[in-house]
Design a protein around this ligand. Structure first.
Ligand code: ZN
Length: 178
């Protein structure tokens, strides 16, 4: 399959302010350890537009409904990107806790396109959390299933080194061979 290349990146919400859980922080909810946070949380009002960070292809879009007993992703979208002129420059952007998404698996998307909006707090559609965006970038493998938001010892679906600090990655992104 041919990969769309991604010449530039932009932030998914504007302004981009990490005022929730930062990347790499260990989190506990209701006394249970969730592990190391693999993305950045932005507390923004329900209804806020979330935009595609760069050209690519939607590889995952699904609703993982939450309940009062068990928080979940709500609507979550994953987009595959590729650095131009690189042999191994595939990476994935992940957007969680959307109230809905306009995108479907297989759709080609471009930088700045609206992909959905932040869901209402404590609804099945937002995964039953306060209204926020969980935004993450993975440079690891993708196996057609949703990626975790946290890593803890024994977690086999992902590794912490497969994730980067999303805001730093976007700021440092440029077209180059790597
Ligand atoms: Zn998060």
């Amino acid at each position: 399959m041919a990969y769309l290349t991604t010449p530039k990146l932009a932030f998914p919400v504007d302004p981009y302010v990490v005022n929730g859980l930062p990347f790499g922080k260990r989190a506990e909810y209701n006394g249970a350890t969730w592990g190391v946070h693999l993305g950045e949380d932005l507390v923004v009002p329900a209804g806020t537009d979330v935009r595609v960070i760069g050209r690519g292809t939607v590889v995952y879009a699904a609703l993982h409904p939450g309940t009062e007993e068990k928080g979940n992703w709500g609507h979550v979208v994953i987009i595959r990107h590729k650095r131009p002129r690189s042999r191994n420059g595939i990476f994935y952007s992940l957007y969680g806790h959307l109230g809905t998404t306009f995108k479907r698996i297989g759709e080609k998307v471009d930088c700045g396109e609206p992909l959905g909006f932040i869901g209402e707090a404590n609804t099945p559609e937002n995964g039953f959390w306060p209204a926020h965006l969980h935004f993450a970038i993975s440079i690891g493998p993708f196996k057609d299933e949703v990626l975790p938001g946290y890593w803890k010892e024994g977690e086999t679906r992902t590794q912490p080194e497969w994730w980067v600090v999303p805001s730093e990655f976007i700021r440092g992104y440029e077209e180059k061979k790597n």
